[in-house]
Design a protein around this ligand. Structure first.
Ligand code: NAP
Length: 332
């Protein structure tokens, strides 16, 4: 059986990756409809070697569509996905619009695939930082409960979309040419700098991105008691997010055991050979499907603690790949 698929936000960083991954994984596509803003109407994008025109997104865009892969931002998802559901489509949404809604499954296939069948037309894809973290932490949580997570993220510019990739590129050239750099997309210069702010600040002084990681982790891991303290940093890297993660578990677990468990877990690759300077890095994860884990070690400052370093391509496993894995299970 083949399916009519609409990609909402097809011209964006995630949208483009949707097209590549649908091709790579031979997703059974009957017809594809590419949707973006009015500004991109008529632009042509290639799918399986053939050019397809981009259409402007409207409430009528979903007639005859079976599956919507949405990546056009939260306000577009809020406005248009109810029309897609009305037209009979099932939507996998990359935005934050529905992630914490009670009746919307929030799914990482390596962790809670059983939730997919509970969908009422919308399935939410988690935040990119959350996805790679839970893929690595879930196998440990199943052995001994994780009580607390302290995570610092180092997020690439592509996590904020196509325009931010161009901004880092342009700023780097200007900076190296000793020319004046004026930030447009980011609040500060991102080239040769770090920005300790992703999304807006909340009343409790955390950013929205930092709060999302905790709320989404508890929902996906089905454990309302996990405490999460996150700090999110934007870094001048094009692709792949990195995370320094420290966990406190209920029972003791050794670093060797964690290494062993994670090396057998789905979707994960352990790269952990410090003597040979071998550990995950964004340049190794870029363009790859897996979540990479290394620097696994006992936290010597508490009784039951483990520290590790997690890296994954935010556009692939953090967004498009995870959504397509959900769609694959959906059609199964
Ligand atoms: P992006 O590169 O900025 O792309 C945004 C897409 O949305 C473009 O196709 C754009 O079309 C479309 N769009 C914008 N306004 C629109 C409108 N009024 N009507 C129709 N389409 C509109 O952003 P992205 O990085 O791909 O992210 C897309 C979504 O995925 C966001 O919700 C983001 O939070 C989420 N996400 C991203 C990542 C990541 O790593 N980048 C990870 C997880 C989740 P035009 O080109 O015509 O403007």
């Amino acid at each position: 059986m083949k399916y009519n698929v609409a990609v909402m936000g097809a011209t964006g960083a995630v949208g483009n990756c949707f097209l590549r991954i649908l091709e790579e994984r031979k997703f059974p596509v009957k017809n594809i409809r590419l949707l973006a803003s009015e500004h991109s109407r008529g632009k042509k994008l290639k799918f399986k070697g053939k050019p397809y025109p981009v259409e402007a997104l409207t409430h009528d865009s979903f007639k005859g569509i079976d599956i919507v892969l949405a990546s056009a931002g939260a306000s577009r998802s809020l406005e248009f996905l109810p029309s897609a559901v009305k037209a009979g489509a099932v939507c996998v949404d990359n935005s934050s619009a529905f992630r914490t809604e009670k009746n919307v499954p929030l799914v990482v296939p390596e962790v809670n695939p059983e939730k997919i069948k509970e969908n009422k037309g919308i399935i939410a894809n988690p935040n990119c930082s959350t996805i790679q973290m839970v893929v690595a932490l879930w196998p440990i949580h199943r052995i001994t409960k994780i009580k607390r997570i302290v995570v610092t993220t180092f997020q690439s510019v592509s996590g904020a979309g196509q325009k931010k990739i161009i901004e880092l590129w342009e700023q780097s050239k200007m900076f190296l040419a000793k020319k004046k750099v004026t930030p447009v997309e980011f609040p500060h210069r991102i080239a040769f700098n770090l920005i300790p702010q992703i999304d807006v600040f909340m009343e409790n002084r955390y950013t929205k991105e930092e709060m999302k990681i905790g709320n989404e982790t508890r929902k996906i891991m089905k454990d309302p008691f996990i405490q999460v303290n996150a700090t999110c940093i934007r870094v001048p890297v094009f692709y792949a997010h990195s995370e320094s993660v420290n966990i406190e578990t209920e029972k003791h677990i050794g670093a060797d055991e964690v290494q062993e468990i994670l090396s057998k877990a789905p979707g994960l690759v352990v790269i952990d050979d410090p003597e040979n300077n071998s550990y995950p890095m964004p340049m190794l994860a870029e363009g790859k499907d897996e979540v990479f884990v290394g620097r696994i070690r006992q936290d010597e400052s508490i009784k039951n603690g483990i520290s590790m370093w997690i890296v994954s391509d935010n556009i692939r496993k953090g967004a498009a790949l995870n959504a397509i894995q959900i769609a694959e299970r959906l059609i199964k």
